[in-house]
Design a protein around this ligand. Structure first.
Ligand code: RB5
Length: 154
């Protein structure tokens, strides 16, 4: 699936980083889809995480980026949606390896943890990476998808 559009959502804690993330996406020649929020007025991160997930599930975006204060809440929330494979990555290795090995389709960031320069590098690492499709990674991904499909209790 070729990467064309990236859905971006944040809560008030993530809002200070949203502009940087949007600019980086545009600089890579991709279309950013702004899913809000648009100020530092207090909101609930699940609302913005689900808006980003919806864009991906409906096929309008191929990847997503969610930003909250720590990145944790947004990551927990967005991973509740079937078809989303999100990771909280504050180092560049994880940001690209999560795509290459795990087919991560949503990057989660904490605006109170990373600054604009590191966020720019993380977004580039995430969006420039591709799933390798190697047999062992496909096998593991298939097991994750089976867990998602059956929702087996542990
Ligand atoms: C908001 O204050 C904060 O709790 C939220 O942005 C996020 O960090 C939750 O994980």
């Amino acid at each position: 699936m070729s990467l064309r559009s990236v859905a971006i959502g944040c809560d008030h804690g993530g809002f200070p980083l949203k502009h940087t993330v949007m600019e980086t996406v545009e600089a890579l020649g991709l279309k950013p889809i702004d899913c809000g929020t648009d100020s530092e007025a207090s909101v609930d991160y699940p609302d913005y995480a689900s808006a980003v997930a919806r864009k991906i599930i409906e096929g309008e975006a191929q990847r997503g980026i969610v930003i909250c204060g720590s990145g944790v809440g947004a990551c927990v929330a967005v991973n509740k949606v079937a078809g989303i494979r999100a990771g909280l990555c504050h180092d560049c290795y994880s940001a690209h390896q999560g795509v290459e090995h795990d087919d991560m389709n949503v990057l989660c960031l904490g605006a109170r943890i990373v600054g604009a320069n590191l966020a720019d590098e993380l977004v580039r690492a995430f969006l420039e990476a591709e799933f390798t499709g190697e047999e062992r990674h496909e096998r593991r991904k298939a097991k994750v998808l089976e867990m998602e499909r059956t929702q087996k209790p542990l």
